[in-house]
Design a protein around this ligand. Structure first.
Ligand code: ASP
Length: 349
């Protein structure tokens, strides 16, 4: 008889693990170790479920790199005891955590599925039960004796996405997440249909290698009509700044005023890494398309291709933490580390 899959569920905090106090109506976290009492359907899988809870619980707006390090270390320490992992997380920064973990867990060969909910699991119309049950099913799913989705993913409202391609796009609807530049890895209807060609599966057995050094010395500068030289100067001269995500227009365009280009060129000359990420959520940066993009390319701005802001920020933190030289960081930025970008040569015009 084969042994049932063993799944570790880690509850970090967020709406999903809350219950309404019938007297006061207020929401507060329930004891997550008793999740199988709240969601008895979980027992029907017949899996070995282990649950752990963060203490204290963290609203995901308070997530910071040290919590990613803690989560990654917990996954590393439990890696060989379990077949799959489900992380319950607030939705607000779930895409950042999924992106960070996808870069930190190199050589991952088991599923790490993040999920959460818009309504607490203890409420009648909750989306949490559905999300949790499906996330557990995905974490346990196998194909030819191997994990079905050995990636960091997000399951939300019937869809499984590659985590580092997602963005929280809706604060009210149950379908809170989107992956604009990469198709869903699976869709849940009557059955869960996996989108096999888009799921990354390691070619050979790899060892998990957990990177826990992150350097958050970065800033994000959003372009908008009327952006002042004072503001740009303040950002570019902030102490310790090593990399800047420049949130540009359309296919990676910026204003062409010489004060702006000169300030940026000077900062790049002094060692700053500038990554061009589009304010558009769908589509890709292409700095060869317009003069305004070409100017950025000429001064050394690096194309972020079709990366999300969440993946750009966390990828930079990981690369800066790696002690690599500026040139190798730039080269890594233009390549896919964990499926977070479509490398420019494979993009269609
Ligand atoms: N503020 C909450 C959080 O992100 C919202 C949620 O759980 O979805 O932790």
């Amino acid at each position: 008889m084969c042994t049932p899959p063993s799944i570790l569920i880690i509850y970090t905090g967020g709406t999903i693990g809350m219950k309404q106090n019938p007297q006061t109506g207020a929401l507060s976290p329930f004891n997550f170790e008793q999740i199988e009492q709240e969601v008895p359907e979980l027992q029907k899988f017949g899996y070995n479920l282990t649950t752990r809870s963060f203490d204290p619980l963290v609203d995901s707006s308070d997530i910071a790199p040290d919590i990613w390090v803690r989560l990654a270390a917990e996954l590393r320490d439990s890696y060989h005891q379990h077949d799959g992992f489900v992380i319950l997380h607030g939705t607000d920064t779930m895409s950042y955590t999924a992106s960070a973990l996808s870069f930190m867990l190199q050589g991952l060969a088991k599923p790490v599925v993040l999920t959460g909910s818009q309504l607490p699991i203890g409420m009648l119309r909750t989306d949490g039960k559905e999300n949790l049950i499906s996330a557990v099913e995905v974490a346990a799913a196998q194909r030819h004796g191997q994990p079905m989705v050995p990636e960091v993913s997000i399951f939300f409202q019937n869809r499984l996405y590659r985590g580092n391609r997602t963005t929280k796009h809706n604060a009210e609807h149950f379908n809170a997440f989107r992956s604009y530049n990469y198709p869903p890895l699976a869709e849940a209807g009557i059955t869960i249909k996996y989108n096999h060609p888009y799921i990354h599966r390691p070619q050979r057995q790899q060892e998990l290698c957990v990177h826990t050094r992150l350097d958050p010395s970065i800033a994000v500068l959003t372009l908008y009509p009327g952006l002042s030289p004072q503001h740009v100067h303040a950002v570019l001269t902030s102490p310790g700044l090593r990399a800047l995500v420049l949130l540009t227009y359309g296919s990676g365009n910026s204003m062409s005023h010489s004060w702006f280009i000169d300030m940026l060129a000077e900062a790049i000359g002094q060692g700053l890494i500038v990554l061009n990420v589009s304010q558009c959520q769908a589509g890709s940066v292409n700095m060869d398309k317009y003069d305004t993009g070409l100017t950025l390319k000429k001064i050394g701005v690096v194309s972020g291709a079709d990366i999300t802001l969440e993946a750009a920020i966390t990828k930079l933190m990981l690369l800066l933490g790696s002690d690599s030289e500026k040139d190798s960081i730039i080269s890594a930025l233009t390549k896919s580390l964990s499926g977070e970008i479509t490398p420019p040569q494979t993009l269609q015009d």
